[in-house]
Design a protein around this ligand. Structure first.
Ligand code: FAD
Ligand code: 2HG
Ligand code: ZN
Length: 476
């Protein structure tokens, strides 16, 4: 249990009574109120099986009105609530810690409208990212974000975590792509900021409060998002590289050679790729190298784009920055390459437990921590690997061990955060703070900023019922 593992004390919330369950049933009917242990358990456990809550009830609203009624009731009764999307979050934010009511948005999965001229899509928060992406692709558009969890994560979860992903480099982060949000505050009041306008400077930009606040300020119920045009030509290159310094040189060169068509620049070290190949039995289209780079282009002219990427490959093989590589526009082959990259996150779980660090660092220091951690842990770790969105300065460091131990946790934390802070980095680049990191947030946020966060929380959720024990540190 998370509470015991991380030594957290339950706050003074009410406990769900049978009268509460009956009330929920009057709003949702019997089927959408889960109370059976077997039904509730999966909603209590997070994706990496690190956090486990003790909720006794899961609610599945189908409309904003239902969310509003539920929250208004819980606020009055002082029942804590854990908003939940696809439960793919990696920082323990999506599962309860104690007996919080789980409010799962999965049944709010309708697409509301799409303006094919502007690319403005409105959908309910519980839509699965991949489903929405497929829907807009049929209409010559794409979602501006993509991530390995796309088949399960929900758009509302993406917004609430300000998810980054594989193409942030090209399409920017969600603070830029989200045109509007509808959200319900802790007291049940519906905040309608669901505009589809590109320009709207009418006062405070309140939608941003809900982007990345991880369910602590409100429950996102609908989202308006700007979808870019489906690229006519997509090309993927996968390259072997000798050392990290060469990756940086390659990145600089890719920006200049590929210019506006560059849509992803990802890296992975040998251990990340070889353990994914081994654990999940996936093919590696090139042979074994110390580092790998995945470059993707999104453009409008297949011949032209493919030629550009092939020219880049030849030039950099000649310069020695690329040791070997492959470039393809065949959908199946591109998928094989992306599969290898996207599955790194899950591959380590086959060894037992994975400590995951998701940090931003100035690019020249990007890889420094990996060898340091390797040395620090010695044979206590099975694999220490680094991979991620190098174009965005965001590295994922995964440390796999047979099982979670306090000893290894103590060697890693706060060490990793101290190192990141010393390099002026961020201790959470894209996954958020959740349950795992509130007590480390000060490594990346100063006191006055944390105080303002607390003031906002008190203003928007005075009883603190929304996702307690998450994001905000107890003291600042
Ligand atoms: P959940 O995990 O259910 O919830 C995440 C947080 O948001 C929780 O705090 C929850 O309380 C809150 N929340 C969820 N829905 C709502 C709502 N409607 N209203 C208010 N609060 C809500 N993340 C990245 O940024 N980039 C990546 O590349 C990436 N790749 C991943 C790959 C894999 C294989 C996996 C498993 C995860 C990956 N993630 C990545 C992390 C995760 O998928 C994202 O954080 C995602 O946005 C979470 O969406 P979700 O619907 O699963 O939310
Ligand atoms: C990715 O980029 C995800 O693959 C997951 O953000 C990272 O699991 C991780 O460490
Ligand atoms: Zn990532």
């Amino acid at each position: 249990l998370s509470a015991e593992k991380y030594n957290v004390k339950r706050k003074d919330f009410a406990t769900v009574q049978s009268s509460d369950v009956n009330f929920f049933k009057t709003i949702l009917g019997n089927e959408r109120v889960l109370t059976d242990d077997n039904d509730v358990t999966p909603f209590n456990i997070d994706w990496i099986k690190n956090c486990r809550g003790q909720s006794k009830v899961v609610l599945k609203p189908k409309s904003t009105q239902e969310v509003s009624q539920i929250l208004s009731y819980c606020n009055e009764k002082k029942l804590a609530v854990c908003p939940q999307g696809g439960n793919t979050g990696l920082v323990g934010g999506s599962v309860p810690v104690f007996d919080e009511v789980v409010l799962n948005l999965m049944l709010m999965n309708n697409i509301v409208s799409l303006d094919e001229i502007s690319g403005a899509l409105i959908c309910e928060a519980g839509c699965v990212l991949e489903n929405v992406d497929n829907y807009v692709r049929e209409r010559n558009l794409i979602m501006p974000l993509d991530l390995g969890a796309k088949g399960t994560c929900q758009v509302g979860g993406n917004v609430s975590t300000n998810a980054g992903g594989l193409r942030l480099l090209r399409y920017g982060n969600l603070h830029g792509s989200i045109l509007g949000v509808e959200a319900v505050k802790a007291d049940g009041i519906i905040i309608d900021c669901l505009k589809t306008l590109k320009k709207d400077n009418t006062g405070y930009h309140l939608k941003h409060l809900f982007i990345g606040s991880e369910g602590t300020l409100g429950v996102v119920t609908k989202v308006a998002i700007h979808c870019p045009v489906l690229p006519k030509a997509v090309t993927v290159g996968f390259f072997g590289v000798e050392n990290f310094e060469n990756i940086l040189q390659l990145y600089k060169s890719a920006k200049s050679s590929l210019g506006e068509i560059l849509s992803a620049f990802e890296m992975a070290d040998r251990d990340a790729i070889s353990s994914t190949v081994k654990n999940l039995n996936l093919p590696n289209p090139i042979s074994d190298y110390p580092f790998y780079v995945l470059v993707e282009t999104h453009g409008s002219d297949e011949g032209h784009d493919g030629e550009k990427l092939n020219r880049f490959l030849s030039k950099e093989m000649e310069s020695g920055l690329i040791l070997d590589g492959t470039v393809t526009s065949e959908p199946g082959k591109m998928q094989t390459i992306w599969n290898l990259r996207e599955n790194i996150a899950g591959a380590g779980l086959r060894h037992g437990y994975v400590f995951k660090y998701d940090v931003s660092l100035p690019q020249k220091h990007y890889y420094e921590l990996v060898p340091k951690i390797k040395q620090r842990l010695g044979d206590k770790a099975i694999v220490v690997c680094g991979y991620g969105h190098i174009g965005d300065g965001n590295i994922h460091i995964n440390v796999t061990v047979p099982e979670y131990t306090r000893e290894v946790a103590g060697l890693l934390e706060p060490y990793v955060f101290e190192e990141v802070s010393a390099l002026q980095g961020s201790i959470s680049a894209e996954h958020g703070v959740g349950f795992r990191k509130p007590h480390y947030i000060h490594y990346s946020k100063d006191r006055s900023a944390l105080q303002l966060m607390h003031q906002l929380k008190t203003l928007m959720d005075p009883n603190g019922i929304l996702n307690p024990y998450k994001v905000l540190p107890e003291e600042c």
